[in-house]
Design a protein around this ligand. Sequence first.
Ligand SMILES: C[S@@+](CC[C@H](N)C(=O)[O-])C[C@H]1O[C@@H](n2cnc3c(N)ncnc32)[C@H](O)[C@@H]1O
Length: 375
Amino acid sequence: MSTGEFFATCNTGLESVTVKELREMGAEVFDTSPSRVYFRARWSDIYHLHLHARTVNRFFGLLARAQVRNLKEIEEVAWQVPYEDWFSNTLAFAIRSEREGTHDFTSMDIARVVGQVVCDRFIARRGQRPPVNLDAPDVEIFSTLVDEQFLLGLNLTGSSLHRRPWRQSLAHLTALRPTLAAAVVMASGWDHRPLVDPMCGTGTLLIEGALWRRGISPSLGREEWAFRKLLPHDETRWQEELAQAHKAGGESPPLRGSDWNARYVEVARQNAQGAGVSDILFTVANALTLPPPEEPVVLVTNPPYGVRMGKPSELVHLYRKLWQKWSAEYGGSRIVVISGNPAFEQLAPLPPTVAYDFLQAELPCRLLIWDLPGG
Ligand SMILES: C[S@@+](CC[C@H](N)C(=O)[O-])C[C@H]1O[C@@H](n2cnc3c(N)ncnc32)[C@H](O)[C@@H]1O
């Protein structure tokens, strides 16, 4: 396969960060839609992208994208796809179907129609159809219909890349998705200044920041790579890319994290060690009584929002105190905050320089950046 069409899934509202990331890695981005970025690349680029893209949840082969009005048209579009070039009929497949909008058929109907087309096309081209296995398929085809927009993609990744091998994921109720944390740090404009997170929880923002700036893959040690079962796969090329990724590792400005919960700080240390960035300095401290920084910093954090952690009245008190402290002590610093609570922005002493609206598990949030005067 030479150049092909693919798409990546990412954080809704932060697609522009993923566009920049994929372009910097040589992908030819040609479109976006909510939580998706469409691009052209060579098959061999897919290996590098899987190891080094930080804001992407999954990559897909773009099988079809079309306007459709009914199941008959879905069937016609699905019939044009050369599934037999992607996988052999010895592999078990599943159709995963999602639908939004008003239709007189269900997502199950779409899955049934597309599944039948896949079988019929294999019988026509290869004489035998592949088996279906909905619980543990070798190959997953995702079908999405939003109003009249139909999308068919073949999952190249397997489970989402946000499941980082380094991470103890059940350790914190409100830990950030690493793919979102990476997007935040990449959008933050972090330069030569130290990166600090005074409410770091399990350290996700700092660990993703360190991995990004040092060019270390966040997915080293992952074992599940769905593309390895597909026909275009080249194991030699993949092993070369993997060996390169194991050698990578540059430098970055210093990183410091703190949280008042000692248990989270311990998990943050263990996560950093697992990710190969154990030099990040983690301490147990109250964000309101930390000593002032010796030089301007980039402060990136996600304070409690009050949805799963913290009472609203206590939060307003915390936000007010944080702003008083930062305004007095962090002159010349950049403050980068993810907030799902509008009070944080309302209490700020000045309007943000940059703001992005995005969704975090269906909760509307803002990524806000302030440059504090002075320093
Ligand atoms: C939304 S969580 C951060 C999650 C983190 N980004 C992660 O991925 O694990 C907010 C954190 O702020 C911490 N926190 C709240 N108030 C604090 C304070 N005054 N000083 C230090 N940490 C505080 C909580 O313990 C919690 O871990």
